[in-house]
Ligand binder design. Structure first.
Ligand code: GLA
Length: 666
């Protein structure tokens, strides 16, 4: 139970044991794609660029085990030696995210099935069933042998298990494990039938064997079954991770273990996962053309840091374009540096890329690398090398310091999953988009934000913000009430507290204790808004959603709907230190509202008077100032500082050119 609990501090080896005062800089290195002559050139260029860490072996299974049981380690032995001799640390990956073709051919049960029963064949990657005993056995065997061989190698600094765990499986073996998982969760079928509400549509289960993963069905699927299947999937993948983690730990107890998250990925309860990692790492690919790319980065960085509870690892980013968007744009000059330093500002002690050398073949040959097709003379490599030098220069001053938010934004995967059921009132409401909109308003207001689980200790935060938590456990409701009782300010967005942990709608359409807290007497109806539709109030314009609410007597109505069916009814309620916002205010209005609430809670922006395109982030006593604009800008930074990047003194005022960054030490 997490209620009021601070996540347990990490014990054992961590990122600090690897960084030792340096920011890790490097990336995925896939030398098996290249003749060995290239390796020597690679190492020369790595040294030129200040690379001090490479991740080897992420997709090397068929190279390491070309036939069942065979082991071909010679090439990896030579690479480990090469890296060791060059002073470059190795993060060694277990290769288990892309099994070799022979595994699928000999053991088709290792291949996952989709909802319609179709097989996901080899020929791409991640074609493994998390539930397959044979897959798990083969994954454990290659992991065991890798760990036995390299666990004590002097080049090895960290283990990287698998890669971006993200698969689902609706097949028969998954069905059997799903039943087992459900038995552990519910013990009796009565409890399961109650949690899933199977009285509806004649779905009552009389035998465990009748239960299936939520496969293709004629009409809407049971929400409890779908929700538990998502929980189960996250847990099965986590079992795969911990099994391999435990193997590598046995051989190298002195080294930390990680697996890389995808940002705000819906398939994984990353709070729970992060507790099982020594180092929390993430892959981050904002679109260079997205006007809010920097904010997307900030959100992911805030979330990763919060999961880590300290410094974290940017495991992958792109040096130039990716190749998996409809149209893939390169990074304009300076943007890669800016976004890398933004990650460092928000607590990253490692800045790494996918991948070192851009491939000439394979599905990602148009995805950039640190050394692109243009080679070392290309702009991309030149910029990468410059950044490597700068990170080396500031590493000692930066690493190990914590960057903290003043405001907690609450987020929970189970609530996201429950709220996403196909039977919801509006398919336009997307949890991640609502979360992003609220984070963006705070980011634009220049506030420092952390993320927290709704059952975490909220004590450190004067202001807690809940963009949307559709489903809340009783313990989470207790936690919100306790936060307010203890003098904290709380602001909640629409569709919060609607359901319990089984996705059962709370009496009255919202948890009664929360209704009281928000100052809602009756929640009559929800009024979702269509594309292009808005809900005007006397203060702001709402989008996406509106509600027919009756306020309790002592609540104050801060904004009322104007016109339409809801004319005159409350849109924004305030009850003491608690605010309830029944719509999604337009961006500038949400920013203004949250700025006002923060001021009332005594929370200040990181710096006063910042222009819109400038971001300021504190990390320990360092102040990072980042210009996300293409025009140069002058910013007030009261006091005397030294810019660690240029070595110059800065007094009261700072001018930053296009995409410019300063790292100020008092
Ligand atoms: C992910 C993967 C990498 C690579 C990149 C490309 O992050 O982990 O192997 O496919 O995407 O963007």
């Amino acid at each position: 139970m997490r209620t009021g609990a601070t996540p347990a501090p990490r014990t054992g080896p961590g990122l600090g044991d690897v960084t030792r005062g340096r920011i890790l800089f490097g990336g995925d290195y896939n030398p098996e794609q290249w003749p060995e002559e290239t390796w020597t050139e690679d190492v020369r260029l790595m040294r030129e660029a200040g690379v001090n860490s490479v991740t080897l072996g992420v997709f090397s299974w068929s190279r390491l085990e070309p036939r069942p049981g065979a082991r071909e380690f010679g090439w990896l032995d030579r690479l480990m030696e090469l890296m060791h001799g060059s002073g470059i640390g190795v993060v060694l990956a277990t290769p288990t995210s892309s099994p070799p073709p022979w595994l699928g051919r000999l053991h088709p049960e290792t291949l996952p099935r989709d909802e319609d029963g179709r097989t996901e064949w080899w020929g791409g990657r991640q074609h493994f069933s998390h539930s397959s005993a044979v897959y798990r056995r083969h994954a454990a065997a290659i992991t065991e042998d890798l760990a036995a061989r390299y666990g004590g190698h002097p080049a090895l600094t960290m283990w990287h298990v698998n890669n971006e765990y993200c698969t689902y499986d609706w097949g028969d073996e998954a069905a059997a494990r799903f039943r087992h998982w459900l038995r552990r969760r519910y013990t009796t079928l009565d409890a399961l039938n109650s949690a899933w509400g199977t009285a509806f549509w004649s779905q009552g289960y009389g035998e465990w064997a009748e239960i299936l993963p939520p496969r293709h069905a004629h009409y809407l699927k049971n929400p409890g079954q779908v929700l538990d299947f998502k929980r189960f999937t996250s847990d099965m993948l986590l079992e795969c991770y911990t099994a391999e983690r435990d193997i590598v730990r046995r051989h190298s107890p002195h080294l930390p273990v990680t697996t890389n998250f995808m940002p705000l990925w819906s398939g994984q309860d990353a709070w729970r996962w992060a507790e099982q990692e020594d180092v929390v790492s993430v892959d981050l690919y904002p679109d260079p053309r997205d006007p809010f790319g920097a904010q997307h980065g900030a959100l992911v960085q805030d979330m990763t840091r919060s999961q880590a509870g300290g410094p974290w690892m940017l495991m992958e980013q792109a040096a130039g374009p990716v190749n998996w968007r409809g149209v893939n744009h390169p990074k304009p000059r300076g943007l890669g540096r800016l976004w890398s330093l933004q990650a460092v500002a928000r607590g990253a002690d490692a800045v790494c890329y996918f991948q070192w050398r851009q491939s000439r073949q394979g599905a990602e040959k148009f995805h950039s690398g640190m050394v692109g097709h243009a080679g070392p003379r290309g702009r991309t490599f030149q910029e990468v090398a410059r950044l490597g030098g700068e990170l080396a220069a500031i590493g000692r001053e930066v690493t190990g310091r914590h960057s903290r938010g003043d405001i907690a934004i609450l987020h929970d995967w189970h609530s996201w999953w429950a709220g996403a059921h196909e039977g919801r009132l509006s398919a336009r409401v997307d949890h991640a988009e609502v979360l992003t909109a609220w984070h963006r308003a705070l980011w634009q207001g220049h506030f420092a934000t952390d993320f927290a689980h709704p059952e975490h200790d909220l004590g450190p935060y004067a202001l807690v913000v809940v963009p949307q938590l559709y489903a809340l456990t009783d313990a989470a409701v207790d936690n919100l009430l306790a936060h307010v009782q203890d003098g904290g300010t709380l602001v909640c967005g629409f569709l919060t507290g609607v359901a319990d942990q089984d996705d059962r709608v709370r009496p009255g359409g919202m948890d009664p204790r929360l209704r009281e807290l928000f100052g809602i007497r009756t929640l009559h109806e929800w009024w979702p808004l269509d594309e292009g539709e808005s809900a005007d109030t006397d203060g702001l314009r709402g989008t996406l959603w509106s509600e027919e609410i009756e306020a309790a007597e002592d609540a104050s109505v801060e904004a009322r709907y104007k016109g339409g069916e809801l004319d005159g009814l409350p849109a924004v309620l305030r009850n003491g230190r608690v605010w309830y916002v029944s719509t999604l205010p337009e961006p500038h209005a949400l920013r203004a509202l949250l700025t006002r609430i923060a001021a009332g809670a005594g929370v200040r922006p990181v710096l006063d008077g910042l222009p819109d395109q400038v971001e300021a982030v504190r990390r320990g006593d360092l102040l990072f100032v980042l210009n996300h604009g293409r025009e140069s800008v002058t910013v007030k930074v009261p006091g005397t500082h030294r810019d660690l990047l240029t070595g110059t003194a800065v007094e009261d005022e700072l001018t930053l050119g296009r995409y410019g960054v300063a790292v100020l030490r008092p």
